[in-house]
Design a protein around this ligand. Structure first.
Ligand SMILES: [Mn+2]
Length: 306
């Protein structure tokens, strides 16, 4: 199989200087409805080869900050239970980036893969907060007997970190009760409509989080019409514009020291949603680069072609 790199082989940065390191986690076991998220890393990397390097909104080429892609790894384990797979990936990722000088960008896989990366980032930033975009609350303590199910990811993060959730519109009575009892920071999707709505929600939630945050984006936070290729498409969700605008505000208020994009199931033959996510991922890299002071001007040299 051809090895893939974000933006294509020609721009692969094998030096230690890359500010961003793309990690892949093609793991999917606990998805309950539609499958296919294991294919997302390959498909998003392949689509990224077609992206323009220049970002017309940010007015620079985020690739100048350096983007290295780690190889896609498939662990050979006696069991595929989520906890042991997550631990194996954590060991693999640990050798692939320096959390103090590089931002890891993880492409899932199902949402439980965030649990492989967040603790590594937290080793470097013990005061870490986690910002989640998701249609689902994912606050169950266990689901179908699994505590590391994709349906429990926010709960597992909440065990250790302050979290803020945005775009939620699918949850159980028990989860709604937990949110109320513990006054959890949850912004339901219907409260995020219009700039006024989401800026108010972001202000409120982010004021309670530490300066360093990990951003986890379950792409089903997007409306089913904008992002049909997910395990569980939900209506009444965010538009690409709204999500991007919220991420922009987030990068201006906080230091995003790691992020992931999970739950894309690239099953549609049109590839529209896969390409959109490659673009969104690159935009997010650009927004983080600006907030970190890595938005290098055009005269900075970088290697084009092989
Ligand atoms: Mn979800």
């Amino acid at each position: 199989m051809r090895s893939l790199a974000f933006l294509g082989e020609g721009l692969r940065d094998d030096g230690a200087n890359a500010r961003f390191v793309i990690l892949s986690c093609p793991y999917e076991r606990t998805a309950c409805y539609l499958k296919g998220t294991a294919l997302a890393p390959r498909e998003i990397l392949a689509a990224s080869e077609q992206l323009e390097r220049y970002d017309e909104k940010l007015r620079f080429s985020p690739v100048r900050a350096g983007i290295r892609t780690a190889e896609i790894w498939y662990p050979n384990l006696p069991s595929d239970d989520p906890e042991s797979v997550i631990e194996a990936y954590r060991g693999f990722f640990r050798r692939k980036f320096d959390p103090l000088s590089q931002v890891p960008v993880l492409i899932g896989g199902e949402h439980s893969v965030s649990l492989a990366l967040v603790p590594l980032v937290a080793e470097a930033y013990p005061d870490l907060g986690v910002v989640l975009f998701d249609a689902h609350a994912d606050l169950r303590d266990s689901y179908q007997g699994l505590r590391f199910s994709h349906a429990c990811v926010s709960r597992r993060l909440l065990d250790t970190f302050p979290i803020a959730q945005f775009g939620i519109r699918s949850l159980s009575e028990e989860e709604a009760r937990l949110i109320e009892q513990r006054s959890l920071s949850v912004a339901y999707a219907h409260t995020l409509k219009g700039a006024e709505g989401f800026i108010k929600a972001l202000d409120e939630a982010l004021s309670k989080l530490p300066q360093n945050v990990y951003l986890s984006i379950d792409v089903d936070c997007l409306d089913a019409s904008a992002m049909p290729d997910v395990g569980t498409p939900e209506p009444f969700g965010l538009s690409m514009f709204e999500l991007e605008a919220m991420v922009e505000v987030l990068t201006k208020r906080k230091r995003v020291v790691g992020f992931d994009l999970v739950e894309h199931a690239p099953l549609s033959p049109t590839k529209a949603s896969t390409f959109s996510l490659a673009r969104f991922l690159y935009r997010t890299i650009g927004l983080i680069a600006i907030s970190m002071g890595w938005a290098y001007p055009p005269e900075t040299s970088f290697v084009v072609g092989k």
